[in-house]
Write a protein that binds this ligand. Structure first.
Ligand SMILES: C[S@@+](CC[C@H](N)C(=O)[O-])C[C@H]1O[C@@H](n2cnc3c(N)ncnc32)[C@H](O)[C@@H]1O
Length: 462
């Protein structure tokens, strides 16, 4: 309909006159910008006024067309325009100058409003891809983002400050403990302090899946000789791995979840949104799923779910929609590429980087963090000796919730009545030592800001 009216010039000018009466109000307000905006309701109208003006001053369109858009919304000035070319030129200069000033001051808000609409497009309809094509896509992505693998694990040049050390030692009561397990060896910070507290014939079994961290831990714990056993395995295999070592029960278990500083600081690991690296995020380089694969091959709904559940991201839907749109043209390869894309999309609010939640979600998904944690907690309870203690340090609310609920469940004394005929009295298996989680002191946080989100929970086997 609009197209038709466009071709009929006279009708349009009538329309314009009618509308003028309606929209004149805002022009009364003070301020040049308001006047400009108020005079015309649409760009089409202002463009029309400009073309009328051009005809009057009989000047080639060059200057006018170069003018910023706001100039086109300056009907009052244009209407009052003198017929002579000289005066017309002067006015153009004046208007352009004012618009420049106004653009700086007032335009951003208006422009944002205008720009917002086309950006938030409706999600593209999900087209079912044939499985083969999807597989091809995944393998291409894999090839493109495959991070450079170090030929041999190297002791890390980065440092890691162990968190809540004193609190862990006090709660694990290691003075008489002979067999202790550290499920997240990292660089061996906690393990070193634990070995120092244990009797001289006490042994520690250290698990980790990061080869570089294991290499560093080996170096850092050299002094303890064969009192330390290094296990390159996921802590969710703890029962099987301990049994392979002929260990049927342990006195204490520590899980210091999350990332070590070298993993954050080394861009090759792909965890940091501040340092450019491949979108990797695997703790274990032998695992097949990378963050790039998640971002470039998961369906839109899967991404929404991950961002919502694992990242608690309020813009989960918008981010997932835009990611699936953008990756059709070009897949995401690096951490900063994704981080900048998200920042552009949702903007910055507060001190938290806008990509923080999405990165957390990806990390949890890539490493199946919540699943392996729950599985490890169950095995830990079965492998602990009577009065043996389990300490878990979590760094985000989702992990902490899993630990809290698991402890609560194990500490509960209840009757299980699945079908009333097989009623069983389920006795508690754990006694919760820390009713409230232990958090770092102000002084620890100031020395080691990465400890700020840590929460330590401890339970004892009954
Ligand atoms: C926070 S760091 C531990 C730091 C250590 N407590 C120290 O003082 O050096 C967590 C470590 O656990 C490892 N890790 C994470 N998830 C794991 C899993 N499921 N199985 C084994 N190791 C894991 C990471 O590779 C990392 O080295």
């Amino acid at each position: 309909m609009k197209k038709k009216t466009k071709s009929k010039q006279p009708k349009r000018s009538i329309k314009l006159k009618k509308k003028k009466a309606v929209v004149r109000k805002p022009a009364k307000k003070k301020g040049f910008m308001k006047k400009l905006m108020g005079r015309f309701r649409s760009k089409r109208h202002s463009a029309l006024a400009i073309s009328r003006f051009k005809k009057r001053v009989q000047k080639p369109a060059k200057k006018v067309s170069k003018m910023p858009r706001k100039v086109k919304k300056s009907p009052k000035k244009l209407k009052k325009m003198p017929k002579t070319l000289r005066k017309g030129k002067k006015v153009i200069k004046k208007v352009t100058k004012k618009v420049k000033v106004l653009k700086k001051k007032a335009a951003p808000k208006k422009l944002k409003k205008i720009l917002k609409k086309p950006v938030v497009q409706k999600p593209a309809k999900k087209t079912a891809k044939p499985a083969v094509k999807k597989m091809q896509e995944v393998s291409t992505v894999k090839a493109a983002v495959q991070p450079q693998m170090p030929t041999q694990a190297q002791p890390s040049p980065f440092r890691h400050e162990p968190v809540l050390v004193q609190e862990v030692l006090e709660n694990l009561q290691l003075a008489d403990k002979k067999v202790v397990m550290d499920g997240t060896l990292g660089l061996g910070g906690h393990s070193m302090r634990m070995l120092e507290q244990m009797p001289s014939d006490g042994v520690l079994i250290g698990f980790d899946v990061d080869d570089d961290n294991l290499a560093t831990a080996r170096q850092n714990l050299q002094q303890f000789g064969d009192r330390v056993m290094f296990v390159r395995s996921n802590f969710s295999n703890l029962e099987a791995e301990l049994k392979t070592l002929n260990i049927n029960a342990v006195d204490a278990i520590l899980l210091d979840l999350g990332l070590s500083s070298p993993q954050v600081d080394n861009p090759v690991k792909g965890f940091s949104f501040l340092r450019e690296g491949p979108l990797d995020m695997r703790f274990d380089k032998n695992a097949s799923l990378t963050a790039a694969e998640v971002i470039n091959s998961y369906g839109q709904n899967e991404l929404i779910r991950i961002f919502q559940v694992y990242g608690e991201e309020p813009f989960a839907r918008k981010i997932a929609q835009e990611i699936t749109k953008r990756r059709k043209a070009r897949s995401f390869k690096t951490t900063t590429e994704l981080a900048n894309f998200i920042e552009k999309l949702i903007g910055r609010k507060g001190h938290l980087h806008p990509a923080t939640r999405v990165f957390q979600a990806l990390r949890i998904e890539v490493n199946h963090e919540l699943d392996v944690l729950l599985s490890a907690l169950k095995q830990a309870v079965s492998m602990l000796k009577k009065h043996g203690r389990l300490a878990v340090i979590a760094y985000h609310s989702l992990e902490d919730r899993v630990v809290k609920q698991f402890f609560k469940e194990c500490a509960r004394d209840y009757i299980n009545e699945p079908d009333k005929l097989t009623t069983t009295h389920l006795e508690p298996t754990l006694h919760i030592v820390t009713k409230k989680p232990i958090v770092p002191t102000e002084s620890e946080i100031s020395k080691n800001p990465r400890s700020r989100s840590a929460k330590l929970r401890v339970a004892e086997k009954i």
